[in-house]
Design a protein around this ligand. Structure first.
Ligand SMILES: [Fe+2]
Length: 137
């Protein structure tokens, strides 16, 4: 789900009502699934990984990326909430596109960072089930 980049690409050509529906799907995925997942990592997973790696260098970098991801998701949440009943107007599209491309890029980076950490620990990245993987796919 949440093909952020392809939705951003398509925004200009989608009928406004369809754009609204798809943006709302993306918003609920980000807010209801991705944010809880990343918060869980911050609370439960990273402390364990930092301990296993005997260093918190990697996990504090990942934690900073989370902070930026949360910031972009709050922005996306607000922009989507502001979309009028009839769908986004052409002048709304630039901000929406910008936040979707930004999230796509940072989530890809974040996945790569996490993969590197799991690899360093000789572990499999739980990517198949991770919401970030689904968002970046
Ligand atoms: Fe994460």
């Amino acid at each position: 789900m949440a093909e952020l980049r392809s939705l951003a690409d398509a925004l200009g050509s989608l009928p406004p009502l369809e754009a609204k529906v798809r943006l709302e799907e993306v918003r609920s995925f980000l807010v209801e699934r991705l944010v809880p997942h990343e918060e869980h990592e911050d609370r439960e997973v990273f402390p364990m990984l930092a301990q296993a790696a005997r260093s918190d260098d990697m996990t504090s970098a990942l934690h900073r990326t989370h902070t930026e991801i949360f910031h972009l998701i709050r922005l996306a949440d607000r922009l989507v909430a502001d979309i009028p009943e009839e769908g986004p107007a052409p002048e709304d599209l630039n901000d929406l596109r910008r936040v979707l491309y930004g999230l796509d890029a940072i989530l890809r980076l974040h996945m790569a960072q996490e993969e590197e950490l799991y690899m360093a620990l000789g572990d499999e990245h739980p990517a198949a089930t991770a919401p970030a993987a689904a968002a970046a796919a």
